[in-house]
Design a protein. Structure first.
Length: 193
């Protein structure tokens, strides 16, 4: 399986929007229209989305709007074979989940310990055989308005895996997340070890 390397822009890169876009405000999760000509700083470019700061606060821009800030969209296509019977490869699904980031934290949701479970189930009585992926995840804080945006990002990336016909990403609060759930790699990126 070949997965393209995700590029990172230098922090605090000055940009100007070349066209109007709809962005998600951080941390509320509210949608706002940013006008063409809006000046912004790019803080994070991970997982194909952009965390930017404007005079109106922090926002998450979808990768589909990369051209509006002078960037090329990241290719998230998955080049993985299916397993016997056309089932998706669980390793490819985990790799896709590692491409999902909280817009305020430079560590993917898997290494943050936010993904509690992932399972692939065959959809009964469907011909040809269909496969659904179910993910249970949490967030670092219960009040985070970005939860639906992060879950949708995960779902969109999972649906790109060959053999996946449906995906459900559910946010749960049990057990409560804590820093001990962060992987060693995640702790190193955050400077916790």
């Amino acid at each position: 399986m070949a997965i393209p390397h995700l590029s990172r822009l230098p922090m605090n890169t000055d940009r100007t929007l070349s066209r109007e876009i709809v962005a998600t405000q951080i941390p509320s999760g509210d949608k706002h229209t940013l006008a063409s000509g809006t000046k912004l700083f790019i803080h994070q470019t991970l997982g194909g989305s952009y965390t930017v700061q404007t005079d109106f606060g922090l926002f998450r821009l979808d990768g589909k709007d990369a051209d509006a800030i002078g960037e090329k969209a990241v290719d998230h296509s998955v080049h993985a074979a299916t397993l016997d019977g056309g089932a998706p490869d669980p390793a490819a699904i985990w790799e896709q989940l590692k491409r999902v980031y909280d817009p305020e934290i430079p560590v993917n949701i898997v290494d943050l310990g936010l993904v509690y479970s992932m399972d692939v189930e065959e959809t009964p009585d469907v011909t040809p055989t269909a496969y659904r992926v179910n993910v249970a995840m949490t967030l670092t804080a219960p009040g985070c308005g970005m939860g639906p945006a992060i879950a949708e990002d995960a779902k969109t990336k999972i649906l790109l895996v060959p053999g996946v016909t449906a995906a459900d990403v559910r946010i749960t609060w049990e057990p409560a997340w804590n820093q001990s759930m962060i992987s060693e790699e995640g702790k190193m990126k955050l400077g916790l070890i």
